[in-house]
Design a protein around this ligand. Structure first.
Ligand code: MG
Length: 331
């Protein structure tokens, strides 16, 4: 069915739906749980469970460095990791528009399967619907993970004296999507990546992690301001310490954008006691997708709830969460 496009009959629940499920989804996602094709997946596990869900509406569906399939797995897995959970299971709901190329759908599904393997999660349940439209697709993913005993990582746990570490360069995903949409010639690629390796290395190190948060929509500025508010602490960062690739810096200069408010899909902020900062940084740098990690600031108590940025010329800029619309349909 590779040369076909999706039509309303693929959503009928009849033989065409069955063919779609067998030839596209079951082929790539197969595992003992999914293969049972029951009404719901019955999965083993006990203890404290982390659950999250996310919908993906990114356009274009395939972009430099990734696609909606890789993106939806990374987004959901990373949200589980940020609470210290070990991600285990994913579900996925596909909403396909009439006219979608089956070849493109296969590519996305393959990418999901590969990323799920990389991230260490199993896709245990799924659903497909077809709607009228013009060849688009949307994916909702839910994730389940298990939180090891004694682990308590939250946005409220920032302490004065914590170091603020980012795991890599800012703005790559946002710039890649915007470049594609505006037909700007650039080789900036999305950073969409699962942070499983990085987070498990940090957790195994025994360092007391206070807070982790993936830097997605709204960018670093929004995330840090939210963390400062949630913990009633002051977050102080140095502008010059925030890693941005020269390509993204040039891209931002061209379009008048601020990398501090541009989204990523494979980067996180982590807060650890200042004394452990160098050790944590070395672990992140040594893990997958962490080479460009940097310590960018610290947590204090001077102005509760505020995010302050020290500029290169010695000024202080007070940052708020992203105002206005940002870039729509980035994830
Ligand atoms: Mg998140």
């Amino acid at each position: 069915m590779s040369d076909q496009t999706i039509t309303m009959v693929h959503g009928s629940g009849g033989s065409a739906t069955g063919e779609l499920i067998q030839e596209v989804f079951a082929k790539e996602f197969r595992n003992d749980t999914l293969n049972k094709m029951e009404d719901s997946a019955v999965i083993p596990g006990s203890g404290t469970i982390a659950v999250t869900t996310d919908s993906f509406v990114v356009t274009p569906l395939v972009f430099r460095g990734g696609d909606i399939g890789r993106l939806c797995v990374c987004g959901t897995v990373n949200d589980l990791l940020m609470r210290g959970a070990v991600p285990r299971y994913l579900t996925c709901g596909f909403i396909l528009e009439e006219g979608l190329s089956v070849e493109l759908l296969k590519k996305v599904v393959r990418s999901m399967a590969e990323t799920a393997r990389e991230a260490g999660v199993t896709i245990v349940a799924g659903d497909t619907k077809v709607v009228e439209g013009s060849g688009g697709m949307y994916i909702n993913t839910a994730g389940v993970g298990f939180v090891p005993e004694g682990v308590e990582i939250s946005s409220k746990k920032a302490r004065a004296g914590d170091a603020i570490i980012v795991s890599g360069t800012m703005g790559d995903h946002h710039a890649a999507i915007l470049g594609e949409r505006m037909n700007i010639e650039t080789d900036i690629a999305s950073d969409n990546a699962p942070l499983t390796d990085m987070v498990s290395a940090l957790m195994d190190s025994g360092i007391e992690i206070h807070t982790m948060r993936d830097v997605t929509r709204g960018g670093l500025g929004t995330v840090l301001k939210e963390l400062a508010s949630a913990s009633s602490k002051t977050f102080i960062i140095k502008d010059a310490a925030v890693p941005v690739t020269p390509k993204v810096k040039d891209f931002c200069g061209l379009l008048g954008l601020d990398p501090v408010y541009m989204g990523n899909e494979g980067k996180m902020v982590v807060l650890v006691p200042g004394a452990d900062a160098e050790k944590a940084l070395a672990i992140i740098k040594g893990s997958a997708y962490g080479e460009e990690a940097a310590i960018i600031g610290e947590v204090t108590e001077e102005e509760p709830g505020e995010l302050l940025m020290k500029t290169e010329i010695g000024g202080i800029r007070k940052l708020d969460i992203l105002q206005g619309e940002g870039l729509p349909r980035i994830c």
